[in-house]
Design a protein around this ligand. Structure first.
Ligand code: FES
Ligand SMILES: [Fe+2]
Length: 418
């Protein structure tokens, strides 16, 4: 496990395993992956695929290798899990990129980082580099952070402020609205039409302080997936208008992205794996709610004051929330695959301005402890699944319905034909 921490405004720290913590210039430098492999999609109506039809044959031959057992839907219903191979097979991961990540709403950051024109943040959705920037007109837009010249990421930093977006490779320079402003030496090429080379734009919506981006510009609106989730936040006495992001932690984990979400979706493991957490929360009374199409919710009462507790929610496909009313706090956890066997999990911590340093430290320390305990679990699961000694698991449905809910969505999206 590797951990990167940003404590706002400027302190960046890095740690590997249990080694000592050291200051670094920016976690982005370590996290950046330069490899980018666009795969096509049958529907070329919008999003990132419109100009990539030439790759259809490659995609079709890869997908021909990915066959879904026709009995799987029924098995999931009965509490059997997804096959072990789905957690380590690169072919499944390729299918997930196109059928899940490139067409879903993903949390990409905090609107508080984009106060002024030119403020930007970068993120990754699946394997897709994303750039979110506030324009001179005040609008916030999302683009593929991929230069139209030869495909370099335009911006390498995690965040910052720029008057224009100049690619660090040959200097093609884009306006904040994504249009190409200048390209060095373009006057030497009569056929060059800069209007043809705007950055690819993506759908963007906000919910409270949170920014969500969907690479599929034809996707249904965000509220189609969040549905009644804002009401769950209200019941948890969370006032999103009062929260701002104070800390951003990154964990690099040797486990498939789905295992990390599944681990979040059950507290069956809490009495054994989280002794400190289980002293505070009555884990026997943990409630699981899976009646909604695209999210599941969880609630655990405090042992000391049973009218208070912690609320968790998982929003398809990769966003997890941990909500607390005392102190008022929200964690937004987001998992992104690095490859079939490795993932990057981010935790954005939101607090109100009036929280004391001591309360904030105590909250973060318990969360980080639980996180490290969970990483041991999911990395162990990865080694077990990769061994293929067990080809399919069996859920304890009275406690693990949240996993079933999530796995049914994975099945639904991966088996969709269009
Ligand atoms: S790749 Fe961006 S300017 Fe060349
Ligand atoms: Fe856990």
């Amino acid at each position: 496990m590797k951990i990167y921490r940003t404590i706002y405004p400027t302190l960046h720290l890095a740690q590997e395993g249990n080694s000592s913590i050291s200051a670094i210039s920016s976690p982005c430098v370590f996290q950046r992956r330069s490899f980018l492999n666009f795969l096509p999609r049958e529907d070329a109506g919008g999003g990132i695929y419109a100009e990539h039809d030439h790759s259809k044959d490659v995609m079709k031959s890869m997908m021909a290798d990915f066959q879904i057992d026709p009995m799987l839907a029924e098995q999931l219903e009965q509490g059997r899990t997804l096959p072990a191979s789905w957690y380590c097979d690169p072919v499944v991961y390729e299918a997930e990129k196109t059928r899940i990540f490139h067409r879903s709403w993903q949390y990409t950051g905090d609107i508080g980082q984009l106060k002024e024109p030119g403020d930007f943040i970068t993120a990754t959705i699946g394997d897709l580099p994303i750039l979110v920037v506030r324009g001179n007109d005040g609008a916030i837009r999302a683009f593929a952070n991929v230069c139209r010249h030869r495909g370099s990421e335009v911006v390498l930093e995690c965040s910052g402020n720029r008057k224009t977006l100049q690619c660090h490779y040959h200097g093609w320079t884009y306006n904040l609205d994504g249009s190409l402003r200048t390209a060095p030496r373009s006057n030497e090429q009569a056929s060059f039409v800069k209007e043809k080379f705007s950055l690819k734009s993506f759908a963007l919506e906000t919910w409270g302080p949170m920014i969500f981006v969907n690479p599929d510009t034809a996707a249904p609106p965000l509220e189609k997936v969040t549905a009644e989730l804002p009401a769950v936040f209200e019941r948890g006495q969370l006032d999103l208008a009062r929260l701002r992001m104070r800390r951003h932690d990154v964990y690099e984990i040797a486990a498939n992205w789905k295992s990390i979400i599944e681990n979040f979706n059950e507290c069956y493991h809490c009495p054994i794996a989280h002794p400190a957490f289980s002293k505070l929360i009555d884990v026997d009374s943990y409630k699981v709610e899976t009646d909604h199409e695209f999210f599941s919710t969880y609630y655990g009462p405090l042992r000391q004051s049973r009218q208070n507790g912690v609320t968790y929610a998982t929003l398809w496909p990769t966003v997890m929330f941990a909500l607390s009313s005392a102190p008022m706090a929200m964690q937004v956890l987001c998992v992104m695959p690095i490859d079939a066997n490795h993932s990057r999990e981010t935790i954005d911590y939101y607090f109100t301005d009036d929280i004391s340093e001591d309360d904030m430290r105590a909250y973060v320390e318990l969360s980080d402890l639980v996180q490290r305990e969970d990483i041991v679990l999911v990395e162990s699961v990865q080694r077990g699944l990769r061994s293929r000694a067990v080809t399919q698991g069996n859920l304890m449905l009275s406690r693990e319905r949240g996993i079933q809910h999530f796995q049914k969505l994975v099945y639904r999206f991966l088996s969709a034909t269009e």
